[in-house]
Design a protein around this ligand. Structure first.
Ligand code: THU
Length: 133
């Protein structure tokens, strides 16, 4: 699937707005994500940390949850961090692969115009897919 340049910009903008809402008092590492749904809508998420650190939920998984509860299905994602280009963590890669194993992944930051376009199957080759034997 090829993302139109205008769609890439819309995703990055939505992820940047979400990043500003991040709840990251422990890491001070705000992340925003924006999922493009198959129906063209965009759903955002930010990381939500917790004083019980292991309960932290990443921006990507919160964006996926927002997509699903709206009755939509993810087909691309953008991730925005502050200074560096941040690729989704392993857990988020597996959650994204549930819906579209080859989805485009846009990495951007809020400090520069630098960005990188990759694909989920490059980040997570041989993703697990449940099948009954
Ligand atoms: N984080 C994300 O939200 N997405 C990623 O892809 C990597 C990490 C968050 C989790 C935690 O709140 C903070 O970044 C530092 O790990």
């Amino acid at each position: 699937m090829e993302l139109a340049p205008v769609t890439i910009e819309r995703l990055i903008e939505a992820a940047r707005r979400a990043q500003q809402k991040a709840y990251a008092p422990y890491s001070q590492f705000p992340v925003g994500a924006a999922v493009l749904a198959e129906d063209g809508r965009i759903f955002a998420g930010c990381n939500v940390e917790n004083s019980s650190f292991g309960l932290t939920v990443c921006a990507e998984r919160n964006a996926v949850a927002a997509t699903i509860v709206a009755g939509a299905r993810p087909c691309a994602v953008a991730v925005v961090a502050s200074a560096s280009l941040v690729a989704p963590c392993g857990a988020c890669r597996q959650v994204l692969a549930e819906f579209s194993p080859e989805m485009p992944v846009v990495l951007a930051n809020s400090a520069t115009d630098g960005r990188q376009l990759t694909a989920l199957d490059a980040l997570l080759p041989d993703a697990f897919h449940f099948t009954r034997d």
